[in-house]
Each structure stands twice: as C-alpha cells, then as structure tokens.
Write a protein of this length. Structure first.
Length: 116
C-alpha cells in the first residue's frame, strides 16, 4: 500500500479561552479583517498564506497552552516586526535573539515566535 498521508500540515490549532477576544487579537496583529465566522461556537479559522491557524476555545485549559513555540510567523525584517509588535502592546518575552527571532505571548499565555 502506498502511503496515503500527505507531507503537508493542514492547520495548527491554538487553545484560547475566549474565541471572540482571541479572533480580534490575532486578526489585529496579522492585519486581517475580522469576520464573524465563528464555527460551532468555538472555532475561528485564520486564513494565512500556507498553513492556516484555527483558534479553538473548546480545547482550552491552562495546562494546554503552548509553553514553547509550536511554529513561527515569518518576517523579512525582524527589527520592523519587533517594533510593530511592541507598538501593538504585545507581550514580548524576549528581545531579538541572534538577529533572527523573538518570542511573545498571546492574551492566553501561548508562547509564539516571529522568525526571519
């Protein structure tokens, strides 16, 4: 039998406590228009170029938040990205490391990364 599993990631689920608050926050930092398309009362799909993100309030608990980045957002200019997030009031938990990346927290405490 040939392997039926594709070598692709379809989406990444992020546990969030308040789906509407998380939707608004992620759309704001990513520069996306907020849509009222919360599915099944607990899911919101953030369409990206490539792998999408699904915010999910049904899977949320403090024990399930990302304590280390499970993925990173890309940037072509790490200094501008850092300044942008700083100006947005995002909880930056590192400085720019090795001129390459920085980490931050979403409002639920999930640790995320921006990387050049």
């Amino acid at each position: 039998m040939e392997n039926p599993i594709l070598k692709q990631i379809g989406t990444i689920f992020i546990p969030v406590s308040d789906i509407e608050k998380a939707r608004d926050w992620y759309c704001d930092i990513l520069g996306l228009k907020v849509k009222d398309e919360i599915q099944f009362g607990h899911l919101y799909v953030i369409p990206l170029d490539g792998t999408n993100i699904v915010l999910d309030s049904k899977i949320y608990s403090e024990e399930k938040i990302f304590r280390a980045p499970a993925f990173h957002f890309n940037t072509n200019n790490i200094e501008e990205a850092f300044e942008y997030m700083e100006n947005k009031g995002v909880n930056l938990i590192t400085e720019i490391e090795h001129n390459h990346y920085f980490n931050f927290k979403d409002p639920d405490g999930n640790i995320l990364m921006v990387c050049k």
